[in-house]
Design a protein around this ligand. Structure first.
Ligand SMILES: [Zn+2]
Length: 231
């Protein structure tokens, strides 16, 4: 782990570490801030073609590096599926949908459709192995996973209050416990329902202007982190 910044101010230490490696051998980057308080994991790019989430996590990295003046530990992974991101595909380099491949009780080898391939066995993918290892070995209190979808919403698993209500109020996104179709092997089930780590699968508006997303959703998430740190 490399410590990049320490200007002596409260909680502003920024650390880079290798979260894992992709199927193609690329670094999956992680950046963490803070050492006290609850631990929030923020993921982007689980689906490589959902660039809005990657952009938003990278905005949050920049913002938190300048100002994290509340007690919270935040780990950000801007792009879990770096191979898919570079190829412009939802799936990883094995053509597996990472959000159908996690080792949940409901993992199912049958693909809902070709784009949602769950892999041959649960947790077969390097990117997910890194994620599962991190969740198992770190104390994580809350997860935000930033996706994008034609219908933007907050898919909540576990008790995500007060964060979910605050983000919903600030952005107008509805809170929904189901996205409307089965999602076996997804992070919301793995962490939110099966491991008691409240998880929001945050569906940003697909295809929206990145600057608009940052302005509305970036500022809302920053506000929600501040409130979460104090409760
Ligand atoms: Zn997605």
């Amino acid at each position: 782990m490399i410590q990049l910044v320490n200007d002596g101010s409260y909680n502003s230490v920024m650390k880079y570490f290798l979260f894992g490696r992709s199927k193609n051998g690329l670094a999956i980057d992680a950046i963490s801030f803070g050492s006290t308080g609850k631990h929030v994991l923020i993921l982007g790019g689980v689906h490589g073609d959902e660039i809005e989430g990657v952009a938003l996590v990278k905005f949050l990295v920049a913002e938190l590096s300048e100002n994290l003046d509340f007690p919270l530990k935040v780990t950000l992974v801007p792009c879990l599926n770096i191979d898919g991101f570079l190829a412009g595909t939802r799936q990883n380099a094995n053509n597996v949908d990472l959000n159908r491949n996690l080792p949940t009780a409901d993992w199912n080898p049958t693909a809902f459709n070709d784009r949602y391939s769950p892999g041959d066995v649960a947790n077969s993918e390097l990117e997910n192995k890194a994620l599962v290892e991190f969740i198992k070995t770190q104390r994580i209190d809350f997860i935000l996973s930033l996706h994008s979808f034609s219908r933007s919403l907050l898919n909540v698993n576990g008790n995500c209050e007060p964060v979910s209500s605050l983000i919903s109020d600030l952005t107008g996104l509805p809170i929904e416990e189901s996205i409307g179709y089965p999602t076996p092997g997804c992070l919301g089930t793995y962490a939110g329902l099966e491991r008691n780590i409240p998880t929001i699968t945050y569906e940003l508006p697909r295809g929206s202007d990145i600057r608009e997303i940052i302005k509305l959703h970036g500022e809302s998430i920053k506000e929600a982190l501040k409130v979460y740190a104090s409760c």
